[in-house]
Design a protein around this ligand. Structure first.
Ligand code: F0G
Length: 353
C-alpha cells in the first residue's frame, strides 16, 4: 500500500475541504504488534499500537498534522501550544513543514531531553516557565484569544479529529475493534479521540465498541480522585498533568463504554517499561507504559477478563527520554581492554556464571 499520510488516507472521515493543504510527514500507519510472550503468560490476546513510529516519535503527529493543515487553510501565520514535550516536538515539525511561526511554552526542567532537543533543532521559539503544564496551558489559551496565533493544544478540535485515526487503523488491521483499549491519560485528549474514532467506525462500518480503559499516573490522578491536583508529580513527565482539559470527555468515554479511568504508580509504570523492552523488544517512553501497567493491574483485579483481545497504546518512543532509560536500568557497559581476547574471556566468564 502506498501511504501518503493520514489526511489523505482518511479524508472521508476528516474535516477536509478542497482548500485543505495535504500536509504530511507520512504520519500514521503505525505498527500494531502482538506481544507474543506476554499474551501467553497473561492468558490474553495482547497487542500494542506503537505510536513511537510516527515521524516525531509520538501520537501527537496525528493531531498536529490536522490542526496545522487547518490553521494554514484558515490563513494563520503562527501556532502556539503548551506542552510536556511531545506536543511541542510535533508542533515544531509541522510548523516548520507548513512555514508557520511556532511558539511553545513548557514547564522548566520537566521536559524529557529528546523532546527538548527536537523542539530546539526544529526551530520553535521556546519559553520555559517556573510552573507546570496546567499553568502553561492556561497561559497559551489566554494569549491565543487576544493575539493572532492559533492554539494547537488538544482543546483545538482538529487535534482530536486527527488523533481518532489511530482507532480506525486498529479496526482496519484487526477487522474489528478489540474488547479493551488501554491508554495513558494526561490531558485526556487522546482517550477522547480514540473513543470518537471507535464510535464513528461503529456507525460507518458496524465494528464493535471497546471498553475504554485509561490510566493516569498516581501522582497526577485528577480524574480518579475527582479533584484538581495542584502539584502533580510522576516519573512519566509526559502525563504530569493535574487538571486535564478534556476531563469530561474522558469520563464519558469510560462510562459509556463500560470501561474505567484508573491510576498506576511510578513503580508499576517502570515495571511495565522494563518488561516490554526485555520480553518483547519494544522501547517506549515511560508515560506510554502506563497503558501496559494498567492492563497488568486490571488483569490481577479481574476487571479485564482472561481471553480478552486487548490493544494497549504505546504513545511515545523510548528514545524521547534517555535520562529515565539510563536511570531505570542498573546495567552498565562492561569496560574492557581494546583486545578481542579480553572480550572472549569476558564472554566465557559470563557463560560460566
Ligand atoms: N503519552 C505521551 C507520550 C504523551 O506525550 C502524552 C501527552 C500522553 C500520553 C497523554 O495524552 O494528554 O491526550 O491524555 N502529552 C502532552 C504533550 C500533554 O504536551 O506532549 P493526553
Amino acid at each position: 500500500m502506498k501511504w501518503n499520510g493520514l489526511i489523505e488516507h482518511y479524508k472521508d472521515y476528516l474535516p477536509v475541504t478542497d482548500k485543505t493543504p495535504m500536509l504530511t510527514l507520512k504520519e500514521g500507519n503505525t505498527p500494531l504488534i502482538r506481544l507474543e510472550r506476554l499474551s501467553e503468560e497473561w492468558g490474553v490476546d495482547l497487542y500494542v499500537k506503537y505510536e513511537g513510529a510516527n515521524p516525531t516519535g509520538s501520537f501527537k503527529d496525528r493531531g498536529m498534522v490536522m490542526a496545522v493543515a487547518k490553521a494554514k487553510e484558515e490563513g494563520s501565520k503562527a501556532i502556539i501550544c503548551a506542552s510536556t514535550g511531545n506536543t511541542s516536538a510535533a508542533a515544531a515539525a509541522y510548523g516548520a513543514r507548513a512555514g508557520l511561526r511556532t511558539v511553545i511554552v513548557i514547564p522548566d526542567g520537566k521536559i524529557a531531553l529528546g523532546k527538548l532537543a527536537q523542539a530546539m533543532v526544529l526551530g520553535a521559539e521556546i519559553f520555559a516557565i517556573k510552573g507546570n503544564f496546567d499553568q502553561a496551558l492556561q497561559m497559551v489559551r489566554k494569549i491565543s484569544e487576544t493575539e493572532p496565533i492559533t492554539l494547537v493544544n488538544s482543546v483545538n478540535p482538529y487535534r482530536l479529529e486527527g488523533q481518532k485515526t489511530a482507532a480506525f487503523e486498529i479496526c482496519d488491521e484487526l477487522g474489528d475493534a478489540p474488547d479493551v483499549l488501554a491508554i495513558p491519560v494526561g490531558n485526556a485528549g487522546n482517550i477522547s479521540a480514540y473513543w470518537k474514532g471507535f464510535k464513528e467506525y461503529h456507525h460507518a462500518k458496524g465494528t464493535k465498541l471497546p471498553e475504554m480503559r485509561g490510566f493516569e499516573a498516581e501522582g497526577a490522578a485528577a480524574i480518579v480522585r475527582n479533584k484538581v491536583i495542584e502539584e502533580p508529580e510522576t516519573i512519566a513527565t509526559a502525563i504530569r498533568i493535574g487538571n486535564p482539559a478534556s476531563w469530561h470527555l474522558a469520563v464519558d468515554a469510560a462510562a459509556s463504554s463500560n470501561g474505567k479511568i484508573d491510576e498506576v504508580s511510578d513503580e508499576e509504570i517502570l515495571e511495565a517499561y522494563k518488561l516490554i523492552t526485555r520480553k518483547e523488544g519494544i522501547f517506549a517512553e515511560p508515560a506510554s507504559c502506563a497503558s501496559l501497567a494498567g492492563v497488568k493491574k486490571q488483569l490481577d483485579t479481574g476487571e479485564i477478563k482472561k481471553g480478552s483481545r486487548i490493544v494497549a497504546v504505546l504513545t511515545g518512543n523510548g528514545l524521547k527520554d534517555p535520562t529515565t532509560a539510563m536511570e531505570a536500568i542498573e546495567v552498565k557497559p562492561t569496560l574492557i581492554e581494546n583486545d578481542e581476547k579480553a572480550l572472549a574471556a569476558s564472554l566465557r566468564a559470563g557463560t560460566d556464571a
